[in-house]
Design a protein around this ligand. Structure first.
Ligand SMILES: NC(=O)c1ccc[n+]([C@@H]2O[C@H](COP(=O)([O-])OP(=O)(O)OC[C@H]3O[C@@H](n4cnc5c(N)ncnc54)[C@H](O)[C@@H]3O)[C@@H](O)[C@H]2O)c1
Length: 282
């Protein structure tokens, strides 16, 4: 298998934006896809301001910022992925949407291209199963904010090849990330431990505790850098609900039942930081 030069990121939301920045800063030619122009403009604008901050802190030069931005081509068409060596899918956490994207990618991309998903919970084996190349489908799970967080979880589906795993691990290293391997069960390692705790924090709020008090308790009583509700707001409550629902369905364990308050907030469009309102106002 050849070197990974050109990469496509599908989904220019919170994660796709940060991941595109990471790959572009590591020198890759990038194609960034989403459903409308406004999302793409916002995404490129966010990358530009993140890079500008690094220029101000003298971590990179203005020339490096310009070169990184010049490597990114935004587009509305998945068909622009015909020449890429690697795809990182970061669309909405919804099984049907992701299956559809993987089916289309499989027919568009060159046969030797690796198709990776940034999913937080959805089975990599399931996504591989809708393609003709399950050996080249893998989980590459970044953490928010992707340019800052050191870890990537790498998840092999039942039919993912060792070669695909090694290429993905190498790519993580090139991007300056540490990686861990996680098995293909819902929520992998980090979210398997974090999300049930966030969900429990939401039960505390439903029972009448104030979010500020719960977060302060965990910051000062457990030395957490951020409280569970602040962090859940940051990750996006729609995504958090989807993760806990998938865990509940997949393991069939009542301990993963989603907090009714979380469901209500998502019904109300209160997704956290990205929508301006969650457990806190932004
Ligand atoms: N938010 C987190 O903390 C976090 C962390 C790690 C992984 N993830 C995972 O990353 C993925 C994206 O999460 P996010 O927080 O960036 O969500 P987000 O809602 O910010 O972004 C999702 C983007 O996907 C786009 N999209 C939806 N369908 C599409 C399609 N068919 N083609 C192209 N674009 C499409 C949407 O327009 C949106 O811009 C999810 O799978 C999520 O589980 C999230």
């Amino acid at each position: 298998m050849g070197e990974i030069r050109k990469i496509m990121v599908v989904g220019a939301g919170q994660m796709g934006t940060g991941i595109t920045q990471v790959f572009a800063q590591a020198g890759h030619e990038m194609v960034l896809v989403d459903l409308n122009e406004q999302i793409l403009e916002k995404s490129i604008g966010n990358i530009s301001s993140m890079l500008e901050r690094s220029v101000k802190k003298e971590r990179i030069t203005a020339e490096q910022k310009a070169a990184t931005l010049a490597r990114i081509t935004p587009t509305l068409s998945l068909e622009d992925g015909q020449e890429v060596d690697f795809v990182l899918e970061a669309v909405t956490e919804d099984t049907e949407i992701k299956k559809d994207v993987f089916r289309r990618l499989d027919s568009i991309c060159q046969p030797n291209a690796i198709l990776a998903s940034n999913t937080s919970t959805i089975s990599i084996t399931l996504l591989g199963g809708v393609t003709e190349r399950p050996d080249k489908v893998i989980g590459m799970h970044f953490f928010i904010p992707a340019p800052v967080m050191k870890l990537v979880e790498i998840i092999k589906g039942l039919n993912t090849s060792n070669e695909t795993f090694e290429q993905t691990q190498k790519l993580s290293g090139i991007c300056g990330k540490e990686s861990v391997e996680a098995k293909d069960y819902a929520a992998f390692t980090v979210n398997r431990l974090l999300v049930p705790m966030w969900n429990e924090a939401m039960f505390l709020v439903m029972e009448g505790n104030k979010p500020e008090e719960v977060d302060k308790a965990m910051r000062l009583g457990a030395n957490f850098p951020m409280g569970p509700l602040e962090l859940a707001d940051f990750a996006g409550l729609d995504t958090v609900l989807s993760v806990i629902e998938t865990m509940h369905e997949s393991f069939g364990e009542s301990k993963y039942r989603p907090c009714p308050l979380l469901k209500k907030m998502v019904e109300a469009g209160q997704y956290g930081r990205k929508s301006g309102q969650g457990f806190y106002k932004y």
